[in-house]
Design a protein around this ligand. Structure first.
Ligand SMILES: *Cc1c(COP(=O)(O)O)cnc(C)c1O
Length: 376
């Protein structure tokens, strides 16, 4: 058995093609296999899925697994469509929104080799976008943010090969109002504008209503964050039926059955239980607002967040040190080594008790850090 690390250390195999050898894959946050961690590093939902998901799972007819799933995922798409207020032919589902995003890059953005113009993304955003762009040879222009990690929409109004924006943005949690998305969509109609709404349920304004008026606007969402189903791998896109048809063409040239039978019925159960969904999301928002106050009281600069995580920086204490010390105390948070991001920490909103523990450990670490400084 080779583990992933030793393979990486050995370098490229001569059997890989040139493109594979040249890839720089996305590195997800740590998923410890065991141990008692407070996991605030990958923006999962601490409440887990609706009890309806458990009920449907318990009643699932195992024999059905001998049959291929519905390739069109009709029942799930109908549930999503009804929740979103669109028709089912405006909905595409995939194996997590990462897959939907990858399919969208392949379906809509022109590769450099066939003369494609650069797709515009914020310089600080979901770090999977540049990975997809490299994989599919899509040219990308990364536009700097303005002060306060805000996306300044001006440059996105210029001619381009398309636009990809996470709203709210990651890892900052900063949201754009719907009117700003509409401004971009209204000016650029010749290429796809893709809005990644992985965190929209935590307070942002969704662009879904705009998809009825702008046939080049695609909104991508996931069950991983607000529905507590990151382990199930279900994401979806909402847009004009012609966009959806394009995604289906690419999917059906690759794998017709990306969403398995269990995923289809369990995701459907989750979206139908809107009451549980609302409760969880409201609790997470409430916990987030308490955490904003607590972290500010400890001296952190906290970027206002519309997501289920906080983007914070301590003016005196190095972020990498804090991340490391928290880990030694059983708390995982996310620290990025990219120089633009390295003085910040991204902290997922967990259970209130987890956030209390985080606050207490941080207070102790900050005192300890002060101590080492004064001793010098
Ligand atoms: C988590 C996340 C995704 C991926 O979600 P999956 O549905 O789990 O693949 C996509 N975009 C952003 C911005 C995310 O943070």
């Amino acid at each position: 058995m080779t583990d992933e690390k030793t393979t990486a250390a050995r370098g490229a195999s001569p059997l890989w093609n040139r493109r594979t050898a040249g890839l720089t894959p996305y590195v997800p946050g740590e998923q410890p296999r065991s141990g008692r961690w407070i996991k605030l590093n990958t923006n999962e939902n601490p409440y887990g899925p609706s009890p309806e998901v458990r009920r449907v799972l318990a009643g699932f007819d195992l024999k059905a697994l001998s049959l291929y799933p519905d390739p069109g995922a009709s029942a799930l798409r109908e549930a999503i469509a009804s929740e979103a207020g669109v028709s089912p032919d405006c909905v595409f589902v995939g194996n997590g929104s990462d897959e939907v995003l990858a399919l969208a890059f392949q379906t809509f953005f022109e590769p450099a080799s066939s003369g494609g113009r650069a797709v515009l993304v914020p310089e600080v955003s979901y770090s999977f976008y540049p990975v997809y762009a490299a994989l599919y040879d899509v040219p990308l222009t990364r536009l700097p943010l303005s002060a306060g990690w805000r996306v300044d929409i001006e440059p996105y109004l210029e001619p381009s090969g398309g636009v990809v924006l996470a709203n709210p943005n990651a890892p900052t949690g900063v949201a754009l109002p719907r009117a700003a998305i509409e401004q971009i969509a209204a000016i650029r109609r010749d290429r796809v504008v893709l809005i990644d709404e992985a965190y929209i349920d935590f307070g942002g304004e969704t662009a879904v209503p705009l998809t009825a008026r702008y046939s080049h606007l695609l909104v991508v969402r996931t069950f991983s964050k607000s529905y507590g189903l990151a382990g199930l791998r279900v994401g979806y896109a909402i847009g004009h039926p012609r966009l959806i048809e394009g995604l289906c063409r690419v999917r059906d040239s690759f794998n017709s059955y990306t969403v398995d039978r269990l995923a289809q019925v369990l995701a459907r159960a989750a979206i139908l239980d809107w009451r549980y969904f609302r409760q969880c999301v409201d609790l997470i928002i409430e916990t987030r607002e308490a955490a904003v106050r607590d972290l500010a009281a400890l001296g952190f600069e906290v970027t206002p967040s519309m997501a289920n995580f906080l983007w914070v920086r301590h003016p005196d204490v190095p972020a990498a040190w804090l991340a490391d010390q928290l880990k030694q105390n059983g708390i995982l948070i996310r620290h990025f080594s990219d120089p633009l991001l390295a003085d910040h920490l991204r902290i997922t909103i967990g259970l209130p008790a987890d956030m209390d523990r985080l606050k207490r450990v941080l207070a102790r670490l900050l005192r300890a850090f002060d101590q080492t400084q004064t001793e010098r």
